[in-house]
Design a protein around this ligand. Structure first.
Ligand code: URP
Ligand code: ZN
Ligand code: ZN
Length: 485
């Protein structure tokens, strides 16, 4: 009888498709067998527990500066340790090109820092703040060769791209089979509203929400889709927050546009009321797009159910609740002086498990799909990540579905010093987490060494491939013979 390196015995294994009782056997870091009465050098008793694929968080910011230059409160070690505590074993943070700088140097810099600190496995999205021709022509191809397969662009902030530069990025992405992720908000509306609000004395955190109009998000989503559609380039719309943006996505998908969209834990669980709290701490809930209203929360849940939204990420963007972060401009800052973003890597899975499986009536399989399998597929990591099947990496979250936990920052252990989810009670918790068969978290204790997380080189894969249905003007058969793609 074969003795495997590790056997996780007797749990209920869940995938995006199925659930069944089985032992999961690990050899050389990969899942080697699913069966009964398997023998292992190390045996983990999972009786009464769920055995879930480790989470895949497709959108998080680590060791990155805000639009105004404020450094995240987390390095790769603390951020990925907090991810692992919450059952997430793969993350995709960013390598951010500063305007005017080299993309290749930015990628090398983030790469080196991740390699030193990461505890879970990772890929990187490349943020293109300055897609000048030499970057797209000379710097991008070697990065693609090195295993980078997704780009992020912004339509707001100082690093925003105008339509022409966004089109240049979409065309380059198409040439190289890359996914493009977009932060879609209308910058002019935000800038105009910010100025008017502050001039009228409305600097309080709640006006951050007022300054990011929902139809400005919808407009930018519409524009990003239209531009990408011109060159038949698939898109991922990041952090969808409101009903109006969902309507644009639904309309485009119904018209056959190849399009993915995500929302984030905080848009599913919090509202803009957090910005208006009377203890003066509203700044700690400032993120972009902003937290919206209860009816948006409900609309986002419906969009998860009907498939409009493909994944849920954390958009972890932690800034400490002190003068190094949220309060750099003083204890009662104007919303315009607060770095945007919330910490969320640690509690994404516990919050979503509780909300989806216990309270909202989604299936356990849907939870696995939205938080692990589908992000792995969209970002082409699914040959190794996001499911429990023979040959995949043995990334496993052993989950106690009965454990009740009151969320507190100490459980997250990231660098933010607070959690926007403080005091929320959830049921269901990862009691042991394995990464490539090695226990990296046991009862909240991180046991893996910094730098033991691995870079995941990848290609764009199927999700990033053009739909093959060009618009008429780009189709040589319908545009008088011009070959434009
Ligand atoms: O507020 C946010 N989301 N900050 C992080 C950067 C971004 O826009 O994704
Ligand atoms: Zn963004
Ligand atoms: Zn983000």
């Amino acid at each position: 009888m074969t003795t495997f390196d590790v056997v996780v015995r007797g749990g209920t294994v869940a995938t995006a498709a199925d659930r069944f009782t089985a032992d999961v056997a690990v050899a050389d870091g990969r899942i080697a067998a699913l069966g009964h009465d398997l023998a292992g050098a190390e045996v983990i008793d999972a009786t009464g527990k769920l055995v879930l694929p480790g989470g895949v968080d497709g959108h998080c910011h680590i060791e990155q500066r805000s639009a105004a230059g404020v450094m995240n409160a987390d390095g790769f070690e603390s951020a990925t340790a907090s991810a692992a505590r919450g059952g997430t074993t793969t993350v995709i943070p960013f390598a951010a090109q500063p305007p005017g700088a080299s993309l290749a140097e930015a990628a090398a810099d983030y790469h080196a820092r991740a390699a030193r600190g990461a505890i879970v496995d990772y890929a990187l999205h490349l943020i293109l703040a300055d897609p000048r021709p030499e970057v797209l022509t000379n710097e991008l191809p070697p990065l693609v060769e090195a295993g980078h397969a997704s780009l992020k662009i912004f339509l707001t902030y100082d690093i925003r791209l105008d339509d022409e530069r966004a089109l240049a990025v979409f065309a380059a992405a198409r040439r190289h089979n890359l996914m493009v992720c977009v932060h879609a908000e209308n910058h002019a509306m935000i800038a105009w509203l910010r100025e008017r609000l502050v001039a009228r004395g409305h600097g309080d955190a709640r006006y951050h929400a007022t300054s990011h109009p929902r139809h400005g998000e919808a407009e930018a989503v519409h524009r990003a889709i239209a531009l990408a559609r011109l060159v038949d380039q698939p898109l991922m719309i990041f952090h969808v927050s409101c009903t109006e943006a969902l309507a644009e996505i639904r309309r485009a998908r119904a018209a056959g546009v190849k399009l993915f969209a995500e929302t984030c834990t905080h848009y599913l669980t919090l509202t803009r009321d957090a910005l208006a709290r009377d203890d003066g701490r509203g700044a700690e809930w400032i993120c972009s797009p902003p937290l919206r209203e209860a009816h948006d929360v409900e609309a986002l849940w419906r969009a998860l159910e009907d498939g409009t939204l493909a994944t849920v990420s954390s958009d972890h963007a932690p800034y400490a609740a002190d003068a190094t972060g949220k309060y750099g401009a003083g204890p009662a800052p104007a919303f315009t002086d607060v770095p945007n973003g919330l910490p969320g890597l640690a509690f994404r899975l516990p919050l979503l498990f509780d909300a989806m499986v216990r309270r909202r009536g989604l299936r356990l399989e849907d939870f696995v799909r939205l938080t692990a399998s589908e992000p792995a597929r969209v970002y082409n990591l699914h040959d190794r990540k996001g499911s429990i099947a023979i040959g995949k990496d043995a990334d496993l979250a052993i989950w106690d579905p009965t454990r009740r936990v009151t969320l507190a920052h100490a459980l997250a252990g990231d660098g933010a010093g607070y959690t926007p989810f403080e005091g929320l009670e959830v049921q269901g918790w990862p009691v042991q987490v394995l990464r490539r068969g090695e226990t990296v978290v046991q009862d909240g204790e991180v046991t893996a060494a910094p730098g033991s997380g691995r870079f995941l080189p990848r290609r764009g894969g199927e999700a990033a491939e053009p739909s093959g249905r060009p618009v008429a003007e780009m189709d040589a058969g319908r545009n008088f013979g011009a070959k434009l793609l």
